[in-house]
Design a protein around this ligand. Structure first.
Ligand code: 9PG
Length: 543
């Protein structure tokens, strides 16, 4: 049906199967709905699919396609990787003259919104769904949308987040048993609640047993943490597997395929092609539950489950099922396996399907000791890669989801050694963590000077009240924090950069080049680990 509706003075021509008035505003129903706007919008809210994908207000022009192509399944919804119109997962919003915002948002999964000229279009990949249509002041309509979403998908993130030390952003995959044990000792006097072991402990992606660097095993590692009165945390990527894993070799039938029969790509990382587990397969669901139970039995009560997008990629499944519904079933199996009392942090995870299941959700790309990387930001026009500016931008655009889940902005840095962020940039990250009430760091105590140690301690101990005063501005215990000037997207490559940009896009999509980068990266990490070992030994000798 077609209907012309006046919404607080804005005349909209709406097409949907059903249109009803509710207390929360008009509710539409349909597999496809569209809204003809009376004027051309000036801004569009793009909401990317998963944790690392871009979420931001942008102009209404096309954004360049995300490069390199080989990483698209890992960084965005690959089905829409080439959509040139402003597009987003589940909802879209436009900024109209006068500063008011109109939001069209699905109350169901597998849904999309895009702007085509002056028409806002919503569609579902599966059946007809309900849509909220909200117009007014930005913060109040996002709050209303969150409220309605909570009614459909549930809310979990009500318990306070623990204070976390995570091994990733200082040690990366260079972790081993002696180095972690020593680090845990050094961290003993800091008020962390969780010490979390990140990537690097496992035999391989898919093969979740300790590798040779952890000869005493995982129970012993968890015991070391627990003996300090802290919760043991562990990273796993349960919904993907690497091409050389035992899991992929032994159970090819458990993996997602394309319609042409080839395995669907889940991206490329660790120098390897990645594949996705099919979460509609009963044996996969059983395996996921057992894996979570194993991690709990080892003694890990905080689980950072990563690369979860794998479960929701397009592909042919064992049972035909809409892809985000299939993912949600996988997430539910993970939750059942770990139990309600475990803390579940979802990462690299499609946002809406995770709501109501995980306790906390990573809401942006990884941070890095670098503000913005020229190669990634300009040459590849990729705002999903690790970088502190990317992380802050996307996280801030998803803060409105905090009534439904704890918003994880990733770690904050305190150390100036081996870190290129300015003191102001580090402060922005720390303030964002305080605003999100989710505090984590990876800094090694031995790299902090006495002032930095004190800053870290204050950060962990204090709980300043945050009040949002504007779209990107806050008062934090009476101090003003304004992120407004940090968030624009870099301008596209011009001149010589354009040539470099096409070479780089090609190169970064070649598996051999990615394998080479990975090998160089590992060599660099190995060198760092050796240096940490020797500096530790020198200290011991000096004592
Ligand atoms: C461990 C890491 C850390 C980190 C996670 C995740 O290419 N990518 O787009 C890409 C993005 C993030 C990423 C890896 C690759 O990092 O976010 O905290 O746990 O995995 O490998």
């Amino acid at each position: 049906m077609d209907l012309t509706l006046g919404l607080h003075g804005l005349m909209l021509k709406i097409t949907a199967d059903e249109i009803a008035g509710t207390l929360g505003g008009p509710r539409l129903k349909g597999k496809r709905v569209s809204i003809n706007l009376p004027l051309r919008p000036v801004r569009y809210f793009r909401h990317g699919w998963q944790s690392w994908s871009l979420a931001a207000w942008t102009d209404t022009l096309a954004l360049p396609a995300l490069q390199p192509a080989i990483l698209r399944p890992m960084q965005t919804d690959p089905e829409y990787g080439l959509e040139s119109r402003p597009h987003g997962s589940w909802f879209g919003a436009v900024g109209l003259n006068g500063g008011k915002v109109l939001l069209l948002g699905a109350l169901g999964l597998e849904t999309h919104v895009r702007l085509d000229g002056e028409r806002l279009e919503g569609w579902s990949e599966s059946g007809a769904v309900e849509w909220a249509l909200l117009y007014g002041d930005e913060r109040s309509i996002f709050a209303k949308y969150a409220e309605q979403l909570g009614g459909v998908l549930g809310r979990v993130g009500q318990k306070p987040a623990p204070r976390i030390w995570c091994s990733w952003y200082s040690l990366y995959t260079a972790i081993d048993e002696p180095l972690l044990k020593k680090t845990f000792m050094d961290l003993r006097d800091f008020p962390f609640d969780v010490l979390q072991v990140d990537d690097g402990w496992e035999i391989g992606i898919g093969d979740w047993e300790p590798n040779a660097k952890f000869p005493s095993g995982m129970t012993a590692l968890a015991d070391t943490i627990k003996s300090q009165g802290k919760t043991a945390g562990l990273w796993l990527a349960p919904l993907i597997a690497a091409e050389n894993s035992q899991l992929f070799r032994q159970h090819p039938g458990w993996f997602l395929k394309e319609t042409n029969g080839r395995f669907a790509s889940a991206g490329f990382n660790w120098g390897q092609q990645l594949y996705s587990l099919d979460t509609t397969h009963p044996e996969v669901l059983e395996w996921l539950r057992a894996l979570m139970k194993k991690a709990r039995d080892w003694g890990f009560d905080y689980l950072k489950l990563d690369f979860l997008y794998g479960g929701g990629l397009p592909g042919k499944r064992y049972r035909e099922m809409p892809r985000e519904t299939a993912l949600r079933q996988g997430l539910q199996a993970l939750r059942e396996g770990m139990g309600q009392d475990a803390y579940f942090l979802a990462c690299g995870s499609p946002i809406f399907p995770s709501l109501g299941i995980c306790d906390a959700l990573r809401m942006g790309p990884d941070v890095a000791g670098e503000w913005e990387n020229h190669r990634d930001a300009v040459l590849l026009a990729n705002p999903t890669t690790p970088g502190t500016r990317n992380a802050i931008r996307t996280t801030l655009h998803r803060l409105w989801l905090s009534p439904l889940v704890k918003v994880d902005p990733d770690v904050a840095y305190f150390s100036s050694r081996g870190n290129n962020l300015s003191p102001e940039q580090k402060r922005f990250l720390q303030d964002l963590a305080l605003i999100c009430e989710f505090k984590a760091t990876s800094d090694l105590p031995q790299k902090l000077d006495s002032e930095e140690r004190e800053e870290l301690r204050r950060f962990l101990e204090n709980e300043p009240k945050a009040i949002q005063t504007g779209r990107y501005s806050f008062e934090l215990a009476e101090r003003k924090v304004d992120f407004s000037d940090l968030l624009s997207l870099p301008s596209p490559a011009r001149g010589l950069d354009r040539l470099q940009s096409s070479v780089m896009s090609w190169l970064a999509s070649q598996p051999w080049a990615l394998r080479l980068f990975d090998r160089m990266n590992r060599q660099g990490l190995e060198k760092m680990r050796r240096e940490l070992d020797t500096s530790g030994m020198e200290k011991q000798q000096a004592q």
